[in-house]
Design a protein around this ligand. Structure first.
Ligand code: ADQ
Length: 471
């Protein structure tokens, strides 16, 4: 039985590992990819905290264990039904599209909501069982928005902070949610609620106002200057804490030998364009492929000179919209290659799998142009990872206006992903600028690189936890 011994607890939907079972029954733990894991591992290592989460396999709840880097993990068991209703259903077919401005239509299903409440209770119970007296608890993301409210009931001694990793929509959209009051009540029982952007936090304050709550102050970044007072008289701070990356891990770039080898394997094209995403409909992968195809079609880009590499991590593959997105992306890759590739030299290299971090670093170093074109993204760590990999000022970043990262990286070649012409213009101007005004591009990349290095993941966690301490 775990004791109440942890003075710092992170609770997130997923533990930073996957439990994998091979056909012969051997079980192994494997590090799992994703923005949240990338973001939180360094924080926990530093604070010797414990992490409560689901291990990634239905009906499994291994005993608490410690990872290679010293993080104690406590599992929460999800049944297959929980997985379908809580995770695939309410979290990813209701909240995800609603919070990403209805890129697809959210499904409002009462059974999924019941499962969401039930599973949030289970997570909160596990936290309550392992958190020491007066411990600090950091609740992560949209899957667990009821946890602060439940913890206030179970363990009023805890200091609870909540951070949302995805955007928070305008109150007008949020109002669609049939369970909007209960969800917001759950969040408001935290002492601090953090968002990536001031605009997200502002949406939340507006929503609180529409629910008749008292709102004081204006939102700031990394400082708490706005508060909501709940009907029970509890005051909760609201602020923006833009997440970032462990910039140092990318600063050294890839091994230059590996980078040269990779370039040669791609046929040594003049310009390499790169996309790296979870295969999610919010990421705008099809739109960027379409823009690329049209530029090849008109001759604005020469297939003998450019290669597009698209790395796509498999994600939420049983949800209809994800399956549809994957098949459209793969159809487009096939079509573009069919139209423009030469024998033995595809113009689009597509990998539908996760790649190890050192390989990813080589791809970032290799890429002359990084294409990041989400319709909506809380932050987008890929943009920051690319910029951090180009401390020498090489390369160019094409970035969607609708990625949270655009607020901090205004020197990128910004585009509107809903407008194919805009993606084409941004891509073409990056290609041209690398040839015609390399000094200007260098200045832009260096400015962005400085921004990411000076505002890294450590600043994110320290500023959030510092603000939570004061709350
Ligand atoms: P995600 O939507 O997963 O994160 P993102 O921020 O780009 O998006 O993070 C993806 C992470 O996965 C990156 O660290 C990237 O390196 C890694 N990755 C992607 N494809 C990969 C591949 N093929 N192989 C290996 N690694 C790969 C959510 C929100 C974002 C927010 C983050 C953090 O949707 O808006 O920035 O959380 O808060």
């Amino acid at each position: 039985m775990p004791g109440r011994s942890n003075s710092f607890v992170v609770v997130a939907n997923r533990l930073p590992v996957d439990l994998e079972t091979s056909p012969d029954g051997t079980r192994t733990w494997k590090a799992s990819p994703g923005g949240l894991v990338t973001a939180l591992s360094p924080v926990l290592e530093k604070h010797h905290g414990c992490w409560v989460g689901w291990p990634g396999v239905a009906d499994e709840a291994p005993e608490p264990f410690t990872t290679d880097n010293g993080v104690l993990l406590h599992s929460v068991r999800l049944t297959q039904d929980d997985y379908e209703a809580f995770y695939e259903g309410f979290s990813n077919a209701t909240l995800w599209p609603l919070y990403h401005d209805l890129i697809v239509t959210p499904i409002y299903n009462r059974d999924w909501w019941d499962a969401y409440r039930e599973v949030n209770l289970r997570f909160a119970n596990e936290v309550a069982a392992v958190a020491a007296e007066n411990a600090t608890v950091w609740v992560q993301d949209y899957q667990l928005q009821l946890v602060p409210g439940i913890l206030r009931q179970l363990r009023p001694d805890l200091t609870v902070g909540f951070f949302l990793h995805i955007p928070f929509p305008s109150p007008d959209l949020f109002r669609q949610l049939p369970w909007r009051e209960e969800l917001v009540r759950g969040l408001l029982d935290a002492s601090l609620i953090g968002f990536h952007l001031e605009s997200n936090a502002h949406n939340f304050l507006e929503l609180a106002r529409t629910q008749g709550l008292e709102v004081e102050g204006e939102v700031s970044t990394r400082r708490v200057t706005a508060h909501i007072t709940t009907n029970s008289g509890h005051s909760v701070g609201v602020a923006a804490f833009p997440i970032s990356i462990a910039a140092g891990e990318f600063g050294g770039g890839g091994d230059e030998g590996d980078v040269a080898k990779l370039r040669a394997e791609l046929g040594d094209p003049k310009r390499i364009i790169l996309g790296v995403d979870r295969l999610d409909y919010t990421k705008g992968i099809l739109q960027r492929l379409t823009a690329f195809e049209e530029l090849l079609e008109t001759g604005a880009l020469d297939p003998a000179e450019v290669t597009l590499v698209q790395l796509a991590t498999p994600s939420r593959e049983r949800i209809d919209h994800y399956r549809a997105t994957r098949s459209k992306v793969e159809e487009a890759v096939g079509r573009i290659n069919g139209r423009f590739s030469q024998l033995g030299r595809p113009v689009v290299h597509y990998q539908h799998r996760s790649v190890p971090k050192n390989v990813l670093r080589s791809y970032y170093r290799l890429a002359d142009i990084m294409l990041v074109t989400p319709f909506k993204d809380g932050m987008n760590l890929v943009a920051k990872e690319y910029v951090a990999s180009h401390g020498d000022g090489s390369g160019a970043l094409v970035l969607s206006e609708f990625a949270g990262a655009a607020v901090e990286l205004p020197q990128a070649n910004l585009c509107n992903p809903f407008d194919i012409e805009s993606i084409k213009r941004a891509l073409l101007s990056a290609v041209k600028a690398l040839d015609e005004s390399p000094e200007l591009m260098r200045e832009h990349m260096l400015a962005m690189n400085r921004q990411v290095r000076e505002h890294d993941i450590a600043l994110w966690s320290e500023s959030f936890l510092g603000a939570l301490k004061e709350a």
